[in-house]
Write a protein that binds this ligand. Structure first.
Ligand code: IDP
Ligand code: MG
Length: 149
């Protein structure tokens, strides 16, 4: 089983899309193992987007992520990293397929509603930025026997 880090960004929160995002991941069969609603501290934003620190859009990205509350989650399941990236869609909502969260709810690359880790390595790194091991809840979803072969 893999775990991945997912965040409804401030535009998604303001537009009332937390429930939509959670609902899509829940009904996909993935298991929610941690969640928190917060204004993300400066140092966590920098750490989260470390790989983009030298990019021209970094300052506007940081301002966007800190513009309002975000909803942070950890989801678990078989191939969770790849599956969640598929559910959220391409980075640019203009290119994201219909049926994906970004494809259905976004217009602009700088306001793309939701984040999800892009690899198992990033997922482990990002989960550790926002959650402690104690925050991750181990339990069995009652439908697990019918979700997996
Ligand atoms: P990802 O979120 O799909 O993994 P990344 O390339 O890692 O995409 O970029 C991180 C975030 O930075 C994007 O989700 C988006 O919010 C923002 N971003 C990426 N490229 C641009 C850009 O060209 N202009 C403005 N914002 C961008
Ligand atoms: Mg990324």
């Amino acid at each position: 089983m893999e775990r991945t880090f997912v965040m409804v960004k401030p535009d998604g929160v303001q537009r009332g899309l937390v429930g939509e995002a959670v609902g899509r991941l829940e009904s996909k069969g993935l298991k929610l193992v941690a969640a928190r609603f917060e204004l993300m501290p400066d140092k966590c934003v920098i750490e989260q987007y470390k790989e983009h620190q030298q990019k021209p859009f970094f300052n506007s990205l940081k301002k966007y992520i800190m513009s309002g509350p975000v909803f942070l989650m950890v989801w678990e399941g078989k191939n969770a990293v790849k599956i969640v990236r598929t559910v959220i869609g391409a980075t640019n909502p203009a290119e994201a397929a219909p049926g994906t969260i970004r494809g259905d709810f976004g217009l602009d690359i700088g306001r793309n509603v939701i984040h999800a880790s892009d690899s198992v390595e990033s997922a482990n790194r990002e989960i550790a930025i926002h959650f402690t091991a104690d925050n991750l809840v181990s339990y069995t979803r009652i439908d697990e026997p019918v979700l997996y072969e």
